[in-house]
Design a protein around this ligand. Structure first.
Ligand SMILES: Cc1ncc(COP(=O)(O)O)c(C=O)c1O
Length: 365
């Protein structure tokens, strides 16, 4: 069986570091404090080149807090891609605002900056670009657009730890960047965790307060907040794994390049690699209108695949009340019909990548 991702293989390589780190916390009974969270926040800020990092309970809560801290709320509209994981849009709904779904670019699978203007209304307050699959969005165009119309920008970098756009790590370009450290992410915790990052000290302070019951001191509350804090075991695991992230992302790029080089003559879409972007291949995605048959073909050969994502958000029942119909966002709908994720993780052996390549080539022959 060739797995899509293999967290067990990763654990095998860093077992002694992880076991020791977790034991240290359990023995000291420092489950929610002990400086581990602050340490990770500092290390991650330094890695990204950003002033502030607030560790939180998940990528979803990071997005919620970013919008709350920016003052987005009831009656506001926020532009989000339809072709993404639902948490991007849910955050908008959680603060009482309305998600306005934008179509994506077929080649990059990211929000199509050229299609944003018609979505603007007097209520538009923000835009959430998602660096989908670890591939940076066209941030220059997006930031120009946001500045022209005075929109806040929250980067959803949940899938893009370490990805670079024009020399800057994604998440540090907009007003706030949000990360998920869901276990399967390039930098993954051993449970749920996330972070919000920003150069704006005031915004960071607000996010921190909101994430911790609006608490100034132990029983003094400045505002009504939430318990969206990160815990110590997650912070420790993330600190350990962060020291490996550069090498892991490089390995992902190497394997992705092997896929691309070996599949490029086949009649299907492959990830596009622009000169101004360094992607981190959270997922390696191909596009084909023969997807269902290919899934079966690979499954019969012991190769695991998955579809990220089979239905765009504007057609999800959860957003039925917004009144979108099929055909409204044709590129998102086409991507949902065609995308397929092939196995990719830092500990995937090259001979297994070649087995996948041979099976895909055989399918198209
Ligand atoms: C693009 C995107 N945004 C947000 C999230 C939410 O992150 P979490 O699962 O940590 O809440 C995810 C995670 O799966 C994601 O892929």
């Amino acid at each position: 069986m060739i797995k899509l991702i293999d967290l067990g293989a990763e654990y095998g390589r860093i077992k002694s570091e992880i076991d020791e780190g977790i034991r240290e916390i359990v023995e000291a009974q420092q489950f929610t404090d002990g400086g581990h969270i602050g340490r990770f926040e500092e290390e991650f800020s330094k890695y990204l080149g950003v002033k502030n990092c607030v560790g939180v309970s998940s990528g979803s809560t990071a997005l919620d807090l970013a919008l709350l801290a920016l003052g987005i709320g009831e009656g506001d509209e926020v532009i989000v891609p339809s072709f993404t994981f639902i948490a991007t849009a849910e955050a908008v709904s959680h603060v009482g605002a309305i998600p306005v779904f934008a179509d994506s670019d077929y080649d990059t699978q990211n929000i199509d900056v050229d299609k944003l203007k018609p979505l603007l209304t007097g209520k538009t307050k923000a835009i959430i670009p998602v660096h989908l699959y670890g591939n940076p969005c066209d941030m220059d165009g997006l930031m120009d657009f946001a500045r022209e119309y005075e929109l806040k920008v929250v980067e959803d970098a949940a899938q893009a730890q370490g990805a670079v756009y024009n020399g800057r790590k994604v998440s540090t370009i907009g007003d706030v960047g949000c990360f998920s450290f869901y276990p399967a992410k390039n930098l993954g915790a051993y449970g749920h965790a996330g972070a919000a990052v920003t150069d704006d000290d005031e915004l960071a302070e607000k996010i921190r307060l909101l994430s911790n019951h609006g608490r100034r001191t132990h029983y003094a509350y400045k505002m009504v907040g939430y318990n969206y804090r990160m815990d110590s075991i997650q912070a420790k695991v993330l600190s350990i794994k962060l020291t490996h992230l550069k090498e892991w992302n490089e390995r992902r790029r190497k394997l992705a390049d092997i896929y691309t080089e070996s599949l490029k003559d086949l009649p299907m879409g492959l990830p596009k690699r622009d000169d101004d972007k360094i992607p981190v291949y959270h997922l390696y995605i191909i596009r084909t209108d023969r997807r269902e048959k290919l899934v079966e073909w690979l499954k019969e050969r012991g190769i695991e695949t998955r579809i990220h994502y089979p239905l765009p958000l504007h057609l999800q029942p959860a957003y039925g009340h917004l009144g979108y119909v099929e055909g409204d966002l044709p590129v998102s709908e086409r991507l949902a019909r065609e995308v397929l994720s092939l196995p990719l993780h830092p500990y995937l052996e090259e001979d297994k990548v070649h087995t996948v390549i041979e099976s895909v080539r055989e399918f198209f022959s």
